[in-house]
Every structure is written in C-alpha cells, then in structure tokens.
Design a protein around this ligand. Structure first.
Ligand code: MG
Length: 371
C-alpha cells in the first residue's frame, strides 16, 4: 500500500467563549485547525488533525503545521502508511523537530492502518480498554463565585474530573483553591493548572499555603528547571504538560522525579507514535497520566481517546473534550461525544470518525505522488 495523495484543509474552529491565557498572553476566539486527508492506492483514506491551543500558548501555530506538511510531503508520498515508524522516520529526516506539524500525518496513517487491519487504533496499538474515559473540565474562571458557577455547570453535565485554571494573583489563587476544596463532592478529582504562569516564589507561596489540602498542581513554573528548583521545598504532587514535548523530556522528568503525572498532549508531542513511548516511560516509573488533544475537534479528541484506552484504568486520570468548547462541529455529531462526563471508544476500524468534507471547504493544498 502506498500513499498517493495528501490533501490539507484549514478550518477556523470558533470557541464558544473567548479564552484568555494567564500572564498577559493574548486572548483568542478561534482555533486554527488543520485537517489532513491521506489517500492510498488501496482505496483506503485516513484523516488527521492538528489544532494548537491558539498561537500564544506554546511554540506552535496553524500556519506552521501547513508549512511543515508542505516540506515533508515529498518524503511521505509513496510510503506505506501502515508502517508508522517508517513514516515517522521520514518526517524526522525531512524536518527535524517541529513535532506538532507531524501529528496530523501520523494520525491519518494510524487511521489507515486500523482500517486495513479491521481494528480500532487502540486495539491495533495492543489493546484498548472499553472503560468509559472520564473527561476533565476546563475551568477558566477568575473569582471564587465564578469558579463555583462554572464547576457547577460542568457537574450538571456529568463531569467529575476538573482542571481548574490558576496562576493569577497568589492570594486570590489560594482563596479559590480553598473554596473549591471546601465544596468538593466525594470522588471528584481536581487538578489546579498553573499553565506556567507563576514565578518560583509565587509557586512556593501557593503550594505551601495549600499544603494541608494535598492538592495537585499542573505546570507550576515555566520550565523543567523551574519545577526542579522548587521541588524539594513543597509537598504537592505535580503534573507536567507544557514542558513534556520530547521523549528526552519524559526521560528527564521520570529520572529526576520532577512530576507524579504526565499531561500528554497528542499534537504537541508529535502524534500517537511518539506519545506511546512517553506513555511507556510513565508506566515504567509509576507516573499517572492525563491524555488530551492539544485542542481541536472530535477527531483530535478521538485520537487522544485511543491512546488513553491503551493505559491501565488506574493510571489514567482523565481525558479532555475540546469539542465541547467549540461552536462548529465538522463531523455532524458523529464520533465519541460527551455522555455524562465520559467518552466511549468507537468500535469501527481506524480512528472511528471522519469529518464531513463539505464542512471543511476546499483543500488549501494537495500533494500527489509523481508531481
Ligand atoms: Mg495544562
């Protein structure tokens, strides 16, 4: 089987509510999504998606994905998409780094490989659990009262895992965390996500002031060096996501004991092939995981769901449904959708959901073998 054509689509996915990242970063109202259709000489078609969480969050942006695919396409055409390691190697040779540009290609290849094998991707990866995966909310509120209201709205939709965004003023963060913990129903899991916004001293101020609560913080500093520098000065469990990009990052975090949890973001780390290795490092070191798309539609959420299904239930803390934050559905309601705060693994071969091509508009680029 050979890849004969790669079609690239650009779609702006509007957010239901504008999103402000902490630290003075710009607000954004749409996500710049790239969808990729890979066609083969065997008649199988695979789909991939790459949707960064805005372009001010981490070094990734939609036009970069499309430029990366333009550079890599001549080296991917003609390869067998079922041989994901060969495709990965070709991409890494054609364009070192730039991992986020590679994930849509990797995803489309896994989709084809699953269809060819007659298996959902998770089963092709070695076996997917059918346990419904709990979706984490994304609580971007500012005040104590707003935080209560947003969390209650999520609870009414069945959510029992929450990612509460902190990282503003230290005293207000302490107040919000104490209020959330005072009202936490039994069995709820809550992560306080700093999104790198604290300096070392602000991180220590909040982490020490909430030590009696035993709460977990995600990405409490800008870099792994920042997280390492305060590591011995607080007792809180730590999750790392923005600083978890490469396999080398995963190895360092595990070896130096910098975090108890990995937040694996599929687009950021370069797709399923690379993410599966990070999963294995986590499992080998007693590190639990959140698995998420970096952003995007039901396609990106489904990719993350497949990887999540390959993780033992007791090591998986949650997934995400970015689709719930969008006002445009490019798959007409198909694919895994929020049911009482959970997503269910699709049983059809491959990814298990494809977009409506009519919803994507005309391709912005087409690459063909022999051009
Ligand atoms: Mg995070």
């Amino acid at each position: 089987m050979k890849i004969t054509r790669i079609s690239v689509y650009h779609v702006d996915l509007p957010l239901e509510h504008p999103y402000w990242l902490s630290g003075g970063r710009l607000k954004f109202e749409v996500l710049d999504a790239t969808f990729v259709k890979i066609e083969t000489d065997a008649g199988l078609t695979g789909w991939g998606e790459g949707t960064p969480w805005g372009h001010t969050y981490v070094p990734a942006h939609g036009p970069g994905i499309r430029a990366g695919i333009e550079t890599m396409a001549p080296f991917i055409l003609g390869l067998d998409p079922r041989k994901v390691l060969e495709v990965e190697r070709a991409m890494d040779l054609a364009l070192p780094g730039h991992l986020y540009t590679k994930s849509p290609i990797d995803m489309a290849c896994w989709d084809i490989a699953g269809q060819a094998a007659g298996l959902p991707i998770a089963d092709l990866m070695g076996g997917g659990a059918r346990t419904p995966a709990p979706i984490a909310s994304s609580v971007g509120a500012k005040t104590v009262q707003e935080t209560r209201e947003v969390m209650d709205r999520y609870r009414q939709r069945g959510y029992h895992v929450h990612s509460v965004k902190v990282g503003g003023d230290a005293e207000r963060d302490i107040e919000r965390i104490r209020d959330v913990e005072a009202h936490r129903p039994r069995g709820e899991r809550i992560l306080y996500d700093v999104n790198r916004a604290w300096t070392r001293q602000r991180a220590l101020r909040v982490m020490k002031a909430t030590e009696d609560l035993g709460v977990m913080f995600e990405q409490p500093g800008e870099t792994l060096d920042d997280i390492a520098a305060i590591r011995s000065k607080h007792a809180a469990p730590v999750s790392v996501d923005e600083s978890l990009v490469t396999l080398q990052d995963a190895a360092r975090i595990a070896r130096e004991g910098l975090a108890e949890v990995f937040g694996i973001k599929l687009n950021r780390v370069g797709g399923l092939t690379k993410a599966a290795r990070i999963r294995d490092i986590a499992l080998a070191h007693g590190i639990d995981m959140f698995v998420m798309a970096t952003g995007g539609s039901v396609l990106a959420d489904t990719e993350a769901l497949h990887l999540a299904a390959t993780i033992p239930d007791h090591n998986l803390l949650g997934i995400w449904a970015c689709q719930d934050m969008l006002t445009l559905d490019i798959a007409g309601g198909r694919g895994p959708r929020n049911k009482e705060g959970h997503l269910y693994l699709p049983e059809s071969p491959g990814l298990g959901v494809h977009p409506d091509e009519g919803a994507l508009g005309a391709p912005v680029a087409i690459y063909e073998a022999g051009q």
